[in-house]
Design a protein around this ligand. Structure first.
Ligand SMILES: [Zn+2]
Length: 465
């Protein structure tokens, strides 16, 4: 199930809108104007981007082995600095450091504040300097458009009162620790790296713009995505989970290039790049790095059993206990409580939750007038869910008493994002004020029984305020 169960990415329209606006702008001079690219809503300051990035970078470097070869690093940082000097909305506060992780799967990511990481596999897979420059420019696009903290801001505001969020962000000390204490797991493998498709489109636009300005073939970024998808499908699942493929990516990039200016004599490669690539290829194969192929082939290691020790998540007008070996992932409009490995990548549609719990608030039709019933509202929610889960079936439905409130318990069956498997979901809905709180407990059908006890304990612990 997509982040927040199968999340529909309606934010996508903004990216195409930005592109359409470019077409309409009168007097855009080719190759001179910075594209109309602006960061979105953000509760964090630029300094806090840097602070969060620094704290998360420390976490990254505790977990991942880095390549320390000085020639490789000198080359990448030289190239990186050249590229970001051309980035729109750059800020002198950003740190801009480019590092190489010794992993063979193809991935690259950027933390807020300018901490950019490339997997060794990404450099090895690039066919020329323009392609790796494209990847670096795209990642820099996530930094200058502040996508990590933009998405974190949206998730925070959806789950906690604004005053609380503002008071947390107004304090000094470790931001990640303060947010974690509130139950917001912000860090590596969580919110800061989960971009929407519209953020991806925007990073593509910035990346393509930078490539053009730097004199590289601006098609190189799209070429890199196409190449790795075709040539190394088993090494890219993490990449496309962190960077969900926007619809019409190649077409959008092409139309942006048409706006940037006339074709030039593009630079595509350099002897320095070829030397660095050879150097990396000659290094011993990274130890213990499993290619991230498990999910795509449908044979992931299942998550460890849910811990019987519980910890608590404080949400907006609710709180719930969950196994302490799970983590919290905030999505736009929902919160996911997830065991390790519980989010998997699905080709075409991006990340999906295969295990754990997804909690969101649903506004039924007629909620403005207050005249709605739980059964009808649940049916409406199910209809919405069917749009992205066409095989969703109701197995059983019954009323229940949830600490004195009436609730509806609906057992569902659908296709699991784990290839070839069926999934069982327990949907619990209850009315809270003018909206309906919905909890979906998710597991593949074959292991549902192993999760039942944890799901029951979570439901028992639910507190509504
Ligand atoms: Zn991206």
């Amino acid at each position: 199930m997509n982040g927040g169960w199968r999340r529909r990415s309606d934010a996508r329209c903004f990216a195409s809108m930005a592109l359409a606006l470019l077409f309409l702008l009168p007097g855009v001079t080719w190759g001179v104007e910075t594209p109309a690219l602006k960061p979105g809503f953000n509760l964090f300051s630029v300094q806090q981007d840097v602070q969060l990035g620094k704290e998360s970078a420390e976490e990254v470097e505790r977990v991942y082995p880095l390549i320390t070869d000085p020639r490789v690093l000198r080359y990448l940082n030289g190239l990186g600095r050249r590229l970001v000097s051309l980035a729109p909305n750059n800020n002198s506060e950003y740190i801009w450091t480019f590092k190489v992780i010794n992993r063979s799967d193809i991935n690259a990511f950027a933390l807020p504040g300018g901490y950019v990481y490339l997997n060794r596999g990404a450099i090895e897979a690039a066919e020329n300097e323009a392609q790796i420059a494209g990847v670096m420019a795209h990642e820099s696009g996530h930094v200058v458009m502040r996508h990590g903290t933009h998405e974190a801001s949206q998730a925070l505001i959806a789950q906690a009162p604004l005053a609380l969020v503002e008071s947390i962000l107004g304090r000094t000390g470790s931001l990640t620790a303060q947010l974690a204490a509130m139950g917001f797991g912000i860090g590596v493998d969580s919110l800061l790296l989960k971009y929407s498709r519209s953020a991806e489109s925007q990073a593509d636009e910035v990346g393509t713009y930078i490539l053009y300005q730097a004199g590289y073939d601006p098609h190189a970024l799209a070429q890199f995505f196409a190449t790795i998808e075709k040539k190394y499908p088993q090494k890219t699942s993490q990449f496309f989970s962190d960077h969900p493929n926007p619809e019409n990516r190649i077409r959008n990039i092409d139309s942006e290039i048409a706006l940037l200016g006339p074709a030039k004599r593009w630079k595509t490669d350099s002897p320095e790049f070829e030397e660095v690539r050879k150097r990396l290829l000659s290094l011993p194969a990274p130890a213990g790095t499993r290619p991230a192929q498990s999910v795509l082939t449908g044979s992931p290691g299942p998550p460890p059993a849910p811990s019987s020790r519980l910890t608590r998540f404080e949400g907006n007008r609710f709180s719930i206990a969950y196994p302490d070996n799970w983590h919290v992932q905030l999505n736009e409009g929902s919160v996911a409580l997830v065991p390790p490995g519980g989010i998997v990548n699905v080709p075409e549609s991006g990340a999906a939750q295969a295990y754990g719990t997804s909690i969101s608030r649903f506004q039924p039709r007629g909620s403005g007038q207050g005249n709605w019933g739980l059964i009808d509202a649940t049916r409406e929610l199910l209809d919405n869910l069917r749009e992205s889960n066409p095989n969703l079936q109701v197995v059983e439905q019954r009323g229940m008493n949830l600490k004195g409130r009436s609730a509806l318990c609906t057992l569902l069956e659908t296709d699991s994002p784990l290839q070839g498997q069926k999934e069982r979901d327990l949907l619990v809905t209850t009315r809270q004020g003018d909206s309906m709180l919905s909890l979906i407990f998710i597991a593949p059908k074959s292991s549902y029984d192993a999760y039942k006890q944890a799901f029951d304990a979570m439901l028992q612990s639910l507190d509504l305020k």
